[in-house]
Design a protein around this ligand. Structure first.
Ligand code: A3P
Length: 297
């Protein structure tokens, strides 16, 4: 698994050792590093397919006192900008959207720590890191690659994608590097680490924890329950403000963003051998961190 980036295709580039597609061009990645962070920002830090959109909707609602009307009026990707994203057709940059947005901002990034805005470590905004077990991430990412023109409507098969994922030859680079880079920050008081599987198992409890972390203890249990219900997989899949069906670069006929929303779907895709190989790669790279991932509920 040497890092020779054998899968670089037209429209991709490598920035500081991390593979990106055209929608995160080098000049945008340069600007992200010096992005002006505000102390009252909330950063959502996730590797692609970890459940980012789910967390965005929850956190936006918490930060806006359960404003469901507002949430149903504007797509989540506008309310919560994707920092390093530049829409190549509309020429919209997440950075521009974020810069002019009133506080409190809920900002999404998939960058590894070394490429994130430097002021995150200085201004100490709230940071929520969302982790999901890498096998489900990989399967979800494979389906996303196939349906998204941003990734060239990937025509390869599952074994090919699995190899690319293990080598970090996918957009935003290695899941292993991303995970390693943010894991130590969980100890900081302005940082909260959440697992997708815990959110799935106990949405009310985790959303309540997030409310406490965000200084929103005054939100009552009825509001928390309503947020949990509004953000269920079924509701978000039907909701045009969260399901991304209007995003031109995603062909929902091939695979919708809201695909299955389950824990353990990887079992229907990995062969026994692939699972053994993947587990070994995981152990070699990350077992020393002892991250408590859950692979089934
Ligand atoms: P699957 O492909 O496994 O279904 P991201 O938002 O980071 O791109 O992640 C997308 C993944 O999160 C998809 O996983 C999607 O179904 C899942 N997801 C989105 N909203 C969800 C929700 N409300 N509950 C559970 N999973 C959700």
């Amino acid at each position: 698994h040497q890092n020779n980036f054998q899968h670089i295709l037209p429209g991709q580039h490598v920035y500081d050792g991390v593979l990106f597609f055209g929608y995160s061009p080098p000049e945008t990645l340069d600007l992200v590093k010096t992005f002006h962070v505000r102390a009252d920002d909330v950063f959502l830090v996730t590797y692609p397919k970890a459940g980012t959109t789910w967390l965005q909707e929850i956190v936006w609602l918490l930060m806006h006192e359960g404003d469901f009307e507002g949430a149903l009026a504007t797509p989540v990707y506008i309310r919560s900008p994707f920092l390093e994203f530049k829409d190549l057709t509309l020429n919209e940059i997440g950075l521009d959207l974020a810069s002019t947005m009133p506080s409190p901002r809920v900002i999404k990034t998939h960058l590894p720590l070394k490429l994130a805005p430097r002021e995150i470590l200085v201004k100490k905004p709230k940071v929520i890191i969302l982790f999901r077990n890498p096998k489900d991430v990989c399967v979800s990412y494979f389906n996303f690659y196939k349906c998204s023109s941003s990734f060239g409507n990937f025509q390869g098969d599952w074994p090919e994608f699995l190899a690319m994922f293990c080598e970090g030859h996918v957009d935003h680079g290695s899941w292993f590097d991303f995970t390693k880079s943010w894991w130590p920050l969980r100890e900081l008081t302005n940082v909260k680490l959440v697992f997708y599987e815990d959110l799935k198992r106990n949405p009310f409890g985790i959303i309540k924890e997030l409310a406490d972390f965000l200084g929103k203890q005054h939100l009552d249990d009825v509001t928390i329950s309503r947020i949990a219900a509004h953000c269920s997989f079924e509701k978000m899949r039907e909701n045009p403000m969260t399901n991304h069906q209007d995003v031109y670069s995603i062909n929902s006929q091939v695979s919708p963003l809201m695909r299955k929303g389950q824990v353990g779907d990887w079992k229907s895709v990995f062969t026994v051998q692939q699972n053994e190989d993947f587990t070994q790669i995981y152990l070699d790279k990350l077992s020393h961190l002892e991250i408590p991932f859950t692979y089934q509920l």
